[in-house]
Design a protein around this ligand. Sequence first.
Ligand code: ADP
Ligand code: MG
Length: 342
Amino acid sequence: ATPTAVMVGSGVAASHGILIKGADALERASRVRTVVFDKTGTLTRGAPAVTAHALFGGASLRGALALAAAAEAASEHPLARAVLAYARTHLAPVEGDTGGEALPGAVRADGEAQDLSWVRRARDVEAIPGRGLKCWVRAEEQDWEAGAASPQRQPAGGGGSGEVRVLIGNRRLMAEEDVGISRETADFMREAEGGAATCVLLAAGQRLAAAFAVADPVRPEAAGVVAALRARGFAVHLVTGDNWTTARIVAARLGIRHVAAEVLPAGKADQVRALQGGKGGVAMVGDGVNDSPALAAADVGIAIGSGTDIAVEAADYVLMRPDLEGVLLALDLSATTFRRIH
Ligand code: ADP
Ligand code: MG
């Protein structure tokens, strides 16, 4: 293509809110035959909300929410925001909350200023990619129902007095930390995941305290975009860190036949490289920190502009509007630009 054609192509893209970094990105996009989508925040809105919870091991609702909020206040993960919002609706309105040390109001990744003064402060927060996080939080007697053995008395070890080891995340995290999943918890998870929700598990002192079902609706245009891509002959894949049940249900709803779930962040890039062994180039569409290696590895990385900065940096294309039609438009535009000239 002539420099003029590329300029025109980039201009048309820009008018649709699609930012293209560099002229050769447009050329590479014209060779793409496979499109890989991340799930959370990409095919789904990335505005998940807690729809149900269950308590275990004698944990009180206020206690479970206080521990969960303390841990998730340190995370920018969309699931963390959902848990925090749920906790806030239950905990924040109560005057004179036992809360403990006040955190100053913080500005979160979505730019929304939040009053976190009701959140207990977590110590030594450790994010575990693709799993969740670990930390220490001060526990209180009323975090457990009267008569329940409060876990901080158990030899969890390591914490200061009155602190409890808090783990929040998925079943992989619990398995790796030797936290057993009871029949009751497994039933709750099966029910939630069967409805395409994701389960966030909370453990305090090596024992499960609660589970939260978090639902994230798919973007309204997602099914149409997938159908249009397939009609143009693209192979469409879903690659997600989320569990297999939820991934399969979302894929089925959207007409995506190729699914990889429970993939760790490094694994997403491996999936992209494996697909590059096939015919044509591979485009990766994602929004999260965990997508950035895959966005960089792909022939064309397409980031949702409302996603994390690191994903936007790793990508060749940025969709300034959180609308998946932009993926279709970007691929159509590059094909048109290069077909016209060749
Ligand atoms: P995705 O591909 O769905 O964007 P991620 O790699 O970001 O996946 O996360 C994979 C899984 O790890 C999530 O589905 C969730 O189960 C768990 N997880 C990660 N971070 C958190 C967190 N802060 N709180 C709870 N769960 C988390
Ligand atoms: Mg994501």
